[in-house]
Design a protein. Structure first.
Length: 368
């Protein structure tokens, strides 16, 4: 196994351990008198990847429905985990997603502190694998969002994004070591944005029907105390089509475009566990990205499912410079385990193949 194999292997030690107490229930039967009682699921884990080597940690998710009209309110979640490895690399994350006032108000957050070595291949959609160099950033991220229902399934909101990156280590003689690339010396950026959502999904964690469309625009600059001035625009469209009992065809079209003095690590990144699986996240990066994905999901039992997926994507300096012959592809299959049948909390194991790459992922939540 080599770094270029793009393998991310995770082994779960304990799955779906429902903690007893006021905030959790022991099993499905115990939950019957109060089907909307909060549930806490704890997940210890150990995993291996070429970047982190042997790593271990723990985390969990709290699922609950807020307010008095719980039968009409979507499931809220608070995800939290921490991981550490023998190379003294670590990550701590807290991610709340809370629905209030019978789904009329949505509060989200992403608070993260990490020190993780990564690989950099340069900027562009045709950088060779021989351009690989390593770097180690230490990053503090705070992202907050507030959305309000405007009319029917239409929501509008505001968001704030803060990040402080300290560059601890770069590869001597590499592109980042030269210091000419924006963000290669670290720095802070801060910005505000707006989002417009249209959401008809029947559920958030494991949708079976409906659609989700999001437009988001963010701007960063000196007015917000940022070291960098740039903008970002995102379109995310998802459609979920039931094609039989316990079978769903999930579709996604995704576009991201950034302009201005964009830090290299905030460029559009292709790859990872959600967007064109199989490619190392950041294997290709540039100011614009376009992707389409499809996933066929089948529940074999009430808890176990199988999926097949495929996708096309690429990055570009601008959409006027799209080249069909350079578009990347990904195909794969996976397994699902429904930890929480009531709310749709899943664990997923995915295997994905792309152009001269392979990825194996074990993580929580669906890719899209």
């Amino acid at each position: 196994m080599t770094k270029r194999s793009i393998v991310h292997i995770s082994t779960l030690l304990a799955v779906g351990l429902l903690l007893p107490g006021r905030a959790a229930v022991a099993d499905e039967a115990a939950a019957a008198p109060n089907p909307y009682k909060a549930r806490l699921i704890a997940i210890p884990f150990i995993y291996y990847s070429p970047e982190t080597k042997l790593a271990f940690g723990g985390g969990g998710v709290l699922n609950f429905r807020a307010g008095r009209r719980k039968e009409e309110t979507r499931t809220s979640s608070v995800w939290a985990f921490a991981s550490y490895n023998l190379a003294k690399q670590f990550q701590v994350l807290i991610k709340p997603e809370i629905y209030l006032q019978s789904n009329s108000l949505f509060i989200s957050g992403n608070i993260r502190y990490e020190r993780t070595p990564q690989l950099f291949y340069g900027v562009g959609n045709d950088m060779p694998s021989t351009a690989e160099e390593s770097f180690t950033p230490r990053i503090v991220t705070v992202q907050l969002g507030l959305k309000r229902r405007v009319l029917g399934d239409f929501f509008a909101g505001l968001q704030y994004d803060f990040e402080q990156m300290t560059m601890e280590k770069v590869e001597p003689g590499g592109i980042l070591d030269a210091g000419d690339l924006t963000g290669s010396r670290g720095g802070m950026f801060s910005g505000f944005g707006v989002s417009l959502d249209w959401d008809t999904r029947d559920a958030v964690l494991f949708p079976r029907r409906g659609a989700f469309f999001q437009f988001a625009a963010d701007t960063y600059g000196a007015m917000a105390g940022s070291d960098f001035s740039f903008t970002s625009i995102k379109f995310d469209f998802r459609r979920y089509l039931p094609v039989g009992a316990d079978r769903v065809l999930a579709l996604q079209a995704y576009m991201l475009s950034a302009g201005g003095d964009v830090p290299f690590h905030r460029l559009a990144l292709l790859g990872g566990e959600s967007l064109l699986r199989g490619y190392y996240k950041g294997r290709f990066r540039d100011k614009a990205l376009l992707a389409v994905q499809a996933e066929y999901r089948v529940l074999v039992t009430k808890r176990i499912g199988v999926v097949g997926f495929a996708g096309l994507a690429d990055v570009f300096p601008g959409f006027s410079e799209i080249k069909i012959e350079k578009i990347k592809f990904s195909v794969g299959s996976g397994l699902r385990y429904m930890v929480n049948k009531r709310d749709g909390t899943t664990l997923r194991l995915d295997m994905a193949w792309g152009r001269a790459c392979f990825g194996l992922y074990l993580t929580a939540k669906e890719a899209f």
